[in-house]
Design a protein around this ligand. Sequence first.
Ligand SMILES: [Zn+2]
Length: 344
Amino acid sequence: MALAGILSAQSPAVQKAMASRLPADPNRVYSTFNTVLIDKELAPGVFAVFADDAFERGEKGLQVSTSSGYVIGEKGVLVIDAQQTKRLATNLIELIKEKTDKPILYVVNTNYYGDHSFGNQFFVAEGFRIINNGTKIIQHENAQKMIQNHFEEDRVFEYTLSARKEDVAEMQPTPADILITGQAVSKTVIDLGDKQVEIIYPGRTQTDGNLFVYLPKEKVLFGGNSIPSGGKVVGMPWLTYGGLDEFLKSLQVLRKMLASDSQIGSGHGYPTDIKALDNIIVYFQDLQKSVRQAVNKGLDLAQTKIKVKQDLEKYRNHTLFEMIQDLNIEKTYQEYKTVTPKTK
Ligand SMILES: [Zn+2]
């Protein structure tokens, strides 16, 4: 009875996703087959999409399933991140269809990873391509290169970490229709009629192909993996490719482009505000300072890890603290060992 009460309060799209939900696997950072996507309107026609357990998991410092977003304009819809599996892409598409019958004109991938881009093929297959010249996929050229050249690696990565093997077996790379090119800071404006959507490349962040989506009038940013979450646990991005100094600089460039009362759709969590970005900038500054000191003192990597983790003690409420610091310290240590420190 109680369960029926909860289900009837949800929209049909959410109820359908709940009905196909499987138990979570505690050995995975999150379980896509357990994820149910819900949405929240942050500004008129601007929706954040996130897992229904995002708040509960996020406040415990647990990794949360991938978020998305969508913007309904006069001309049609722009989607931010296509999700990871057919079940989740369908969940997202059905949430959109409950709000509008306008065509989905664009899907922006904020990065190449499968949890943000594997779902592209379902937007294309939805038949929207026939309307208004079809759904156009937007990627940075470096994200497209990764999708074309490392798809199998990413398939393994996704099913090892979060999805079931059979759920990603059918995935195929979907080429972009619109490419954002170059490493220079850029802003591409997509006109949805009553809404202007900025696709921002602020320089290299989590990878050399991460995009940010911003609505300047509505003051909403979609941050992807570079702003993984908000709330009381600081969402620390993984320096998968290293380059802390560049990542930090790019986030500071991005920050200057945003209104100070902006809301943020995070990459792996519930919607948050500009503080989430400011907290990441501070975390990176803390990491930068601590690793720089260790390198200047001549500490080896093992000693550096001990010192930096002590310095970063205040971030320990994140469940993946050890894993993230091991990676981020190692990458930054290598970066600072190879680049001669600037003399003061
Ligand atoms: Zn992600």
